[in-house]
Write a protein that binds this ligand. Structure first.
Ligand code: GLY
Length: 404
């Protein structure tokens, strides 16, 4: 009893447990390689960023948001960035602090802050503090922060450097990997941006312990998506025991993160700029984005939309004769076991609109506006089995048949 409480009090040592490289053809000078390091134990960003000799370190422009800055895991790191009055960093949007030549900028948290103004605030924080092209822009946060920080790095003096510390499950397994950067514009998601892979990504799975249930489930959908696309064996394990993935301190989720990062790395190595196989990563997204926007932005979390979209994609595959009923049922059963809605008419759409017929048409119209469509037919990522994926355009009447 005594021994186990001593063990519980002891800090788990922060250490690297795996390293890997992603190699791509460079789209900008210096963007041909991403070094990924996985860490175990209690998060210690001071040891990630300040363990080398001070003189050898480049200037860093650290960017985070108010909700990440409030995490206890960041306190000892942020404490060094004191305001002019030497108080604790003020955790409010717009705070700029200094630690030697390094800069810390805190932005507002969430999708409403994913704006060109926030990107320019990052650029201004760098410029105001004598930032050079050799500076490293470090995004510490979920997809909103990592996308914007990498975008600011890509445009600052025609391209500075970038490192990322994803703090959500979604950004660890998806958003931070593969060099998509940018911000929203004029109510459209990710309308401005660039491909600019980070030079380094630091993955600390311990961050997921701090996520809300909604954030965790949202990231889980991207994990299940990647597993359905590329990891049949892991899919069998999670469908047999979905509960095990909900143990955030357990080994299965850490293994899942590592498997998804490696799977996505293989895809983006072959197709960084989404000319072909990278499109597969949009499984569930065409239906999901339509649900997200038509239920009212923020009502259905991104991952919940993607999960419902994967169920619709499974039904559409079956309807088109691309997969068996058994496969579609298997996918939907697994999604339902995580608590996601899989029925054709989502409850949030029922709350907001009238008949099932009307809801189906509203979603179809939203999909037609999706930027990925090259013709009047809408393109879908569909599957005939786990790991067997096709990209095909589908007529409207077939789409409508799986929405009601
Ligand atoms: N989130 C999909 C991609 O990175 O391509």
């Amino acid at each position: 009893m005594l021994l186990s409480s001593v063990r519980n009090l002891k800090k788990e040592i922060f250490m690297t447990f795996e390293e890997k490289d992603i190699i791509y053809p460079p789209v900008h000078p210096g963007t041909d390689r991403t070094f990924i390091r996985f860490y175990d134990g209690e998060i210690d960003l001071n040891s990630v960023f300040y363990s080398a000799e001070k003189e050898t370190l480049p200037q860093r422009i650290f960017v985070t948001d108010t909700s990440v800055a409030s995490l206890p895991a960041l306190h000892s790191f942020l404490d060094f960035f004191r305001g002019e009055d030497f108080s604790h960093p003020k955790i409010e949007p717009g705070f700029v602090g200094k630690r030697g030549k390094d800069v810390l900028l805190i932005l507002g948290a969430g999708e409403p802050y994913k704006t060109i103004e926030s990107v320019l605030a990052i650029v201004k924080a760098a410029l105001d503090n004598n930032g050079q092209r050799s500076a490293v822009f470090v995004g510490i946060g979920g997809g909103v922060i990592t996308d914007m920080t990498a975008f600011a790095a890509s445009i600052f003096k025609r391209g500075a450097h970038c490192e990322l510390v994803p703090t959500t499950l979604l950004s660890m397994v998806d958003a931070a990997i593969g060099g998509k950067t940018g911000c929203d514009f004029d109510s459209y998601k990710n309308m401005i941006g660039s491909f600019f892979p980070a030079q380094k990504i630091h993955i600390c799975p311990a961050f997921i312990e701090s996520l809300s249930a909604r954030e965790y489930r949202s990231g889980m959908a991207e994990l299940v998506k990647t597993v359905l696309l590329y990891e049949p064996e892991f899919f069998e394990r999670i469908e047999k025991n979905p509960e095990a993935l909900n143990d955030r301190k357990g080994s299965l989720i850490k293994e899942g993160i590592r498997i998804c990062v490696n799977a996505k790395a293989k895809v983006v190595e072959q197709d960084l700029t989404e000319k072909n196989i990278r499109m597969q990563l949009n499984l569930g997204h065409t239906f999901g984005h339509a649900l997200e926007s038509m239920s009212g932005l923020g009502v259905v979390a991104h991952g919940d939309g993607v999960a419902w979209g994967m169920a619709r994609a499974a039904d559409l595959s079956q309807h088109l004769g691309l997969c068996t009923k058994e496969y579609a049922d298997r996918v939907k059963k697994c999604l339902a076991s995580f608590g996601w809605e899989t029925s054709p008419v989502h409850s949030e759409m029922k709350k907001k609109y009238g008949s099932d017929e009307e809801i189906a048409k509203i979603l179809l119209n939203a999909m037609k506006k999706d930027k990925k469509n090259s013709s009047s037919k809408i393109r879908f990522i569909l599957q005939s089995n786990v790991g067997e994926t096709v990209i095909t355009e589908v007529p409207e009447s077939d789409i409508l048949s799986v929405l009601k």
